[in-house]
Ligand binder design. Structure first.
Ligand code: ADP
Length: 214
């Protein structure tokens, strides 16, 4: 099943996508993670996109579309994927429809208050990309990933100014993508206003939409 995951920065979509990916043995492809790795490894792409990512601006469409197209061709995606962070513009959505069939788009929704608190407290594993929250999902040992023992860090785009910019970019560029898929009958809104203790509730809401998908 080919699932696209949409939602505002901080809504928790990466966390939910990871849980779904573990459960269904289908990879979670996070464009943000691919970009952060390229920046860390100082690849050609990494050098080109670094400033966009740290400001919280979108990377130009032509750089993103090719990257995702190639990634989805890999063998691990043959039974499907949870694609987190793409498409984020109408141009990306139109391009994707030409190279991949989309079965469902899950759109995670939460209030501004929930979103701000999640973004401020988020910590990410440098090695495996697992996501924690200092209050809601703390790791067992402070600063260390439960899954792989990697170091946790606060992303460079999690300064108050970059957060504000990411939310503005989301409203202007990505919100229209949700309307685009809604009109096509592919979108399902998922209420993600719960604390992470209720993660099972959110996951089962997602799963209702997987019925009849292969
Ligand atoms: P979030 O959804 O919390 O903002 P991500 O980890 O998904 O964070 O993305 C981090 C950054 O990577 C974005 O702010 C943007 O700079 C870049 N990025 C990710 N996905 C895309 C995309 N589809 N198009 C353009 N830029 C992207």
């Amino acid at each position: 099943m080919n699932i696209v995951i949409l939602g505002s920065p901080g809504v928790g979509k990466g966390t939910y996508a990871k849980i779904l990916s573990d459960k269904y043995h289908i990879p979670r492809i996070s464009v943000g993670d691919l970009f952060r790795k390229a920046i860390r490894d100082e690849t050609e792409l990494g050098k080109k996109i670094k400033d966009y990512v740290s400001r919280g601006d979108l990377v130009p469409d032509e750089m993103v579309i090719e990257l995702v197209k190639e990634r989805l061709k890999k063998d691990d995606c043959k039974n499907g994927f949870f694609l987190d962070g793409f498409p984020r513009t109408i141009a990306q959505a139109e391009a994707m429809e030409k190279f991949k069939k989309i079965d469902k788009v899950l759109n995670f929704v939460a209030s501004d208050w929930v979103i701000m608190s999640r973004l401020g407290g988020r910590r990410t594993c440098r090695e495996c990309g697992a996501i924690y929250h200092v209050k809601e999902i703390p790791p067992k040992v402070e600063g260390i990933c439960d899954r792989c023992g990697g170091r946790l860090y606060q992303r460079s785009d999690e300064t108050p100014q970059a957060i504000k910019n990411r939310l503005r970019v989301y409203r202007e560029k990505t919100k229209p993508v949700t309307d685009y898929f809604r009109k096509k009958g592919l979108l399902a809104d998922i209420d993600a206003n719960y604390t992470f203790e209720k993660v099972g509730k959110v996951i089962s809401r997602c799963e209702k939409h997987f019925q009849n998908l292969s």
